[in-house]
Design a protein. Structure first.
Lengths: 532, 393, 364
């Protein structure tokens, strides 16, 4: 591949590069794309065999319809991607047994037979007509069986996919108390169905993209027509079209290609495993991007506010939700600031600690080998280690490790006089506060910034914390996600949207969609009676 | 990279340099010696001010590990927690100024002194009588760490000796005194004046009362009574009862602990507990003659009755109220006499009252205020209302 | 116009509030007390009236040319030879003001939080962080102001409530012992204390609704004055004039008395001062942004935001020049007359000429 061709050009861009190897016709939009199917089955099969050279899981089933003198035909599919029962019962049966009966005149034109098979015989719902090899190859790779007939320059792609995939399970990353237990699965079709089941609206649109030159991952762009702002949709489409990479393995790839600022510690795109969260976003006028092979859907645009929210907030009654949200914001502040405040107070302004507490902390710190900042770094790093190890370790062992690590290690470290018990408390509290956040992305950005603030606190104390917060704030106010300022609805100030921020008003009062999304249809709740 | 981003990168580098070079103020808690209280004295007991280092300061600092009784950090608790050894270190220093004396601590303490947790400032009697309080307090007014809300107290005798006391509940003398001062509003046998109030008074040339601490047997402490600070110096003491009466006038109290009222008419001795006190001090100008009226309204309840077991009737209560009012008036007159004639100290803020209500006349009499004050006629009216008689009638 | 940035009226309001409140407010009490003594509490309400008049003239003038900034409309009104020196003067005023604010803040930080840290380090870090905010442009600046205002101001007001038990009403007596004239004179002179309101000389073309400039300016100013009056009155009511004159940072001394036994953070005053330091950043950033904008306008630069960083050395030099904290006031003596000129005299004169040269009937 030449250096020049590495430039990210849209994969639909026809003015594309030339590629030397013919073995890759399907991923190149050049000549191979235009290569049509021929009339001769032998030629077609040869081409397919060339395309799928050394792909031994591709099955070429050649047959004659209507006895020895009958028409030559072939069925091409990838073993494992298709459901063998369907292939045997619905396709082979109808072609080999029913076709000769339905069409006694075996001397008829091949096209006649082809039409007969297509229109009257195949008992499979989704059948497409294919005219070129690029499409043919893609269909074969997507779990279609390709039916070729000698003398016809077309082929039938019969949807018989039946690979093994994970079913709909409870979401792993986002636990909840009240709400749907269904989570997105790894299969795009299942996921779109989960959304369709929640929003039975023909206005719910799905646009499909095949992203990744080699992976050809199916990516679904979903939005509600007439609600989501067309400008937003165009923007998302444009950014998706700009992606030029060999493979999209997870929605994270897409996220990193379409986000606004790559260097920001904050997630500018929300991801979720939960169909109800995606549906809620769609209803607000956001756009959902579903990616095949991953349960994580992307929601754009995201604001800090929306990252701090959980659809569950709307399932509970409003004051419970308000309390939980206050707790969540307080938790995020704690997770961000507690260690740095502790450092600032212990090392710089001990007068801020009540005297008796200061004496206890001081007594606990006496004889410790490290200054507070190092101690804090050690403990925070240990905590991160434990957390990471807890995730990686298999199931119950992970949980055990968390408990054992936290309790035993903390206790032993205190008793050995390596860290003070006050620091253990601070670190534990920070960790707990961090888990209050509903989104892993929001939590992890706070985790990163916590270390930054700890350094600032170690240099300038309280003033350093202020400096750090100002730098973070400056970054946050200049951040935008798909044109939406990150700190909406607080900055810029939109009073109407504050109904769904830290505070959440009663559900029947949240009549309008968030204004910053500029929805085409602003009103969500009818003008009628307030309740009942 | 163009020149512009180079410049910005340079600034970023500068910021990073500051950050990495930093930690100027970073000093962990355990590397500081927390000063809980300071007692200041004159070095020469006889009071000759010609000695080279006139000031003596005793600082009380907790020995952290011994201060915490619970097992806690590595190997606390084990050291002899004798009731009579305080878990504090009392460091005595002398110097030409307080700042100098305190800096000398660097030669005796491996930990930097830290005044952020200072609770009290105790001044010895000798120092208060002879030294100028404004100069004494200047160090604390100027010091970044020290706190305007710390309590200022006077010691009977040398202040340094007070630091040797052994309070029973508290784990240091300063903590004891700090906690003790919170009682002021309930008992009113002493005053609670913070550094801010003392500084304000000294700056405007006012007189002020300061609480008195004295040692009682078995190395225990008693806070009672008040020292009269006149023109920045201690003029004399008020007894606890006099202090109470003085506080009735200033209204700094909600009453007092107990007023014992003998009522001969009923052959009873009653203890009256006050719940609410309102004082009104008014200057009156009549034909250029200044006089003051003091009106005090108190509400109280009967806490105890001794003597005649007869139950109260409503009329009896009035007799009690009258008796109590007369008693209070008498005590107020007594303390006024002492303050006006004996000490000539305007600790009750009469001058300020005149200044605020009649600024013009005040300008005229400002110069000879002390003389005017000492012969100022004061009318005292006390009205006591007893609201409740306790659980029995 | 140099930029396409636009801010809404509410953002302009918050920007005004955040830009106006700075450490000077905490120290201001002492200056006023030095001059009028016990009548200090009367000065600020009167000052509000006078300043509102000045701000009215200033915003009227700016709103008369909703597409123009100060350089633009002064050139239109009085010609290039007047516009240039005036704009240069304004630029210098803003830079000196930035220097003054940062210097005073540095001193406050050094006195309250970081005694041993070199002043250079504090000053530089303050300037760089503020310049970073300023270099992001007006929109982020306004957004940051909103966040800062809604986070800090309620907390600050709450902290002041804690001091109320120490409030003594007799600290305000006697009223006007020296007659009303010193108070009135000082209140009028203190128009120059609405320094940051001069930002409206260039802010109007950045507003989405330039017609609402006066609304944003007056409301912002009033909110600021409510806070300032609260601070000053509390200072006097709690400390009394005597102590007020002697404390370096009266606002800090006041909150020192708001001590609560058993609260988690013992020194409320340090929390308070930290909140107040946060409020300094939008002030410095707004001034730096305005200076950079005006400088860019004079130099006809497209990308004026980067100028913020180039102005820093000048500001740093000005801020570092006074030797001690006592010298600060005498070194920055020119700020008051300059402020007076740019807030009242120059706008008034320009407005007069503008009315004469472009009568209201013809201008539309």
């Amino acid at each position: 591949m030449t250096n020049k061709s590495w430039r990210y050009l849209g994969h639909r861009n026809k003015a594309s590069k030339t590629r030397e190897k013919i073995a890759l016709p399907l991923v190149d939009e050049g000549q191979a794309a235009a290569l049509p199917l021929q009339y001769s089955l032998a030629v077609n099969l040869e081409t397919l065999q060339a395309i799928f050279a050394d792909c031994q899981d591709v099955v070429y089933r050649q047959m004659r319809i209507g006895g020895v003198m009958g028409h030559q035909a072939a069925l091409v599919y990838v073993d494992g991607l298709v459901n063998n029962d369907i292939v045997n019962d619905q396709i082979m049966k109808s072609i080999l047994l029913e076709a000769p009966q339905a069409m006694p005149v075996l001397t008829g034109a091949p096209y006649e037979l082809y039409r007969q098979v297509r229109d009257s015989l195949l008992t499979v719902a989704n059948v497409r007509e294919i005219i070129d090899f690029r499409e043919a190859a893609r269909c074969i790779l997507s779990g279609f069986a390709l039916f070729l007939l000698d003398g016809v320059n077309r082929a039938l792609a019969i949807e018989v996919y039946g690979w093994e995939h994970r079913g709909v399970e409870e979401p792993q990353a986002e636990a909840l108390i009240r709400g749907s237990r269904e989570g997105f699965s790894d299969c795009l079709r299942t996921n779109t169905a989960l959304l369709r089941r929640r929003l039975r609206d023909p206005q719910l649109k799905l646009k499909t993209y095949f992203l990744g030159r080699r992976s050809q991952t199916t990516v679904g762009l979903m939005y509600i027509d007439g609600v989501a702002n067309p400008g937003l949709i165009t923007e998302v489409e444009q950014r998706l079209n700009k992606i030029d990479i060999d493979g999209i393995l997870e929605s994270g790839y897409i996220e990193q290609f379409i986000e606004d600022k790559w260097y920001s510690p904050f997630a500018q795109i929300q991801n979720t495993e939960r169909p109800d969260e995606a549906a809620a976003a769609l209803l607000e006028g956001r756009v959902v991007i579903l990616t095949d092979n991953t349960p994580f859907a992307l929601i754009v645009p995201a604001t800090f506010n929306s990252l701090m929210h959980n659809p569950e907030d709307h399932y509970h009654r409003w004051f419970i939700a308000v309390l939980i949200r206050i707790l969540r914001f307080a938790g995020s502040f704690l997770a961000l600031l507690l260690p740095s405040f502790y450092i600032a107070m212990v090392s710089f302004t001990p007068e801020m600690i009540p005297t008796s507490l200061a004496i206890s902390i001081g007594a606990g710190r006496e004889g410790l080998p490290f200054p507070t900042i190092i101690e804090a770094f050690i403990m925070e790093s240990v905590l991160e280690l434990l957390r990471e190890a807890g995730i990686r370790l298999p199931g119950p062992l992970g949980e055990t490790l968390g408990v054992v690590g936290a309790l035993i290690l903390g206790q032993a470290a205190v008793q050995a006089g390596i860290v003070s018990s006050a620091m253990v408390i601070v670190v534990a509290l920070t960790a707990i506060a961090g888990f209050v956040l509903p989104s892993y992305d929001a939590a992890i950005s706070l985790r990163i910034l916590r270390f930054f603030l700890m350094i600032m606190a170690a240099v300038f104390g309280l003033y350093g914390v202020i400096l750090g917060l100002m730098l973070i704030l400056t970054h946050m106010v200049s951040l935008k996600s798909f044109g939406v300022p990150y700190l909406k609805p607080w900055a810029p100030w939109t009073a109407a949207d504050l109904k769904d921020s830290i505070y959440r008003t009663a559900l029947f009062r949240e009549r309008l969609r968030p204004a910053y999304l500029r929805p085409l249809e602003a009103r969500r709740i009818g003008r009628g009676k307030k309740k009942q | 990279m163009n020149r512009r981003s180079l410049y910005r990168a340079g600034l970023l580098l500068l910021l990073l340099t500051i950050i990495t070079a930093g930690c100027w103020d970073n000093k962990d808690l355990e590397r500081r010696a927390l000063v809980l209280g300071a007692a200041v004295d004159l070095t020469a007991a006889g009071g000759s001010l010609v000695v080279t280092e006139p000031w003596k300061i005793t600082l009380e600092m907790p020995v952290l590990r011994r201060m915490v009784t619970r097992g806690g950090g590595g190997g606390g608790g084990g050291e002899g927690q004798d009731e009579n050894t305080m878990p504090t270190w009392r460091l005595t220093l002398t110097g030409i100024t307080f700042a100098e004396a305190i800096r000398k601590a660097a030669t005796r303490s491996e930990r930097t002194l830290f005044f952020g947790h200072q609770k009290i400032l105790l001044m010895g009697e000798e120092l208060a009588r002879r030294g100028d309080l404004r100069s004494v307090l200047d160090f604390w007014a100027r010091n970044r760490e020290s706190y305007l809300a710390i309590d200022v107290l006077l010691a009977e005798g040398p202040a340094g000796d007070i630091m040797e006391a052994r309070p029973k509940f508290a784990r240091s003398v300063s903590m004891f005194l700090h906690e003790q001062m919170q009682q002021a509003i309930k008992t009113s046998r002493f005053v609670k004046h913070s550094l801010a109030e003392v500084l304000a008074a000294l700056d405007t040339g006012q007189d002020i009362l300061l609480a008195r601490v004295k040692m009682v047997p078995r190395q225990e402490l008693e806070v009672s009574g008040a020292g009269v600070i006149r023109e920045g110096r201690l003029a004399g003491w008020l007894t606890p009862e006099e202090t109470q009466a003085a506080l009735w006038i200033t209204g700094e109290t909600k009453g007092c602990d107990i007023l014992v009222v003998p009522v001969p008419e009923l052959q009873q001795t009653l203890s009256v507990e006050f719940g609410k006190l309102q004082a009104e001090v008014k200057p009156l100008m009549e034909e250029d003659k200044l006089s003051f009226t003091i009106k005090i309204k108190v509400e109280g309840k009967i806490a105890e009755k001794m003597g005649n077991p007869k139950l109260f009737a409503a009329a009896d209560l009035h007799q009690v109220e009258n008796r109590a009012a007369r008693l209070m008036e008498e005590r107020i007159r007594q303390v006024l006499g002492k303050l006006q004639q004996q000490y000539q100290a305007d600790v009750l803020g009469f001058g300020r009252k005149v200044e605020k209500v009649r600024p013009r006349q005040w300008e005229a009499m400002k110069g000879q205020w002390r003389q005017i004050y000492s012969s100022l006629p004061v009318t005292v009216q006390v009205k006591v209302s007893i609201r409740r008689t306790g659980m029995v009638s | 116009m140099l930029s396409q940035e636009r801010i809404g009226t509410s953002e302009a309001f918050f920007l005004t509030v955040a830009a106006m409140i700075e450490v000077g407010t905490l120290i201001g009490a002492r200056d006023i007390a030095d001059q009028v003594g016990v009548d200090m509490w009367l000065v600020s309400p009167l000052e509000t009236f006078f300043s509102l008049g000045a701000i009215y003239i200033l915003t009227r003038l700016a709103m008369k040319f909703p597409q123009q900034d100060f350089f633009g409309f002064s050139r239109q009104i009085a010609g290039r030879w007047v516009a240039w020196p005036l704009s240069l003067g304004l630029l210098f005023y803003w830079l000196a003001l930035t220097a003054h604010v940062t210097r005073v803040t540095t001193d406050v930080i050094k006195n309250s939080l970081l005694a041993r840290t070199p002043a250079e380090a504090i000053l530089l870090s303050l300037l760089i962080v503020a310049a970073y905010l300023a270099s992001r442009g007006l929109e982020p600046l306004a957004r940051a102001s909103i966040i800062i205002c809604i986070v800090t101001l309620p907390l600050i007001m709450m902290l002041f409530l804690l001091v109320l038990p120490h409030f003594r009403s007799d600290n305000f007596l006697p009223v006007l012992p020296r007659g009303p004239w010193p108070v009135l004179r000082l209140a009028f002179w203190r128009i120059s204390n609405a320094e940051e309101m001069s930002l409206f000389l260039i802010l109007v073309p950045f507003l989405q609704q330039p017609r609402e400039a006066w609304q944003a300016a007056s409301r912002g100013y009033l909110v600021v004055m409510v806070i300032v009056i609260t601070v000053l009155t509390t200072c006097q009511g709690v400390l009394g004039i005597g102590l007020l004159k002697h404390s370096l940072i009266p606002g800090l001394s006041v909150t020192q008395l708001a001590e609560f036994a058993g609260t988690f953070i013992e020194r409320i005053s340090l929390v308070f001062i930290s909140l107040w330091i946060i409020l300094v950043f939008p002030t410095v950033a707004a001034l730096l942004w305005a200076s950079a904008y005006l400088a860019g306008r004079l130099l006809q630069l497209k990308d004026y935001r980067q100028l913020v960083f180039y102005l820093l050395p000048l500001v740093y030099f000005l801020a570092r020049h006074p030797g001690s904290n006592l010298e600060v006031k005498s070194f920055f003596f020119f700020l008051q007359p300059l402020g007076f000129a740019f807030l009242l005299i120059i706008p008034a004169i320009l407005y007069l000429i503008a009315i004469i040269r472009f009568p209201p009937a013809g201008s539309s």
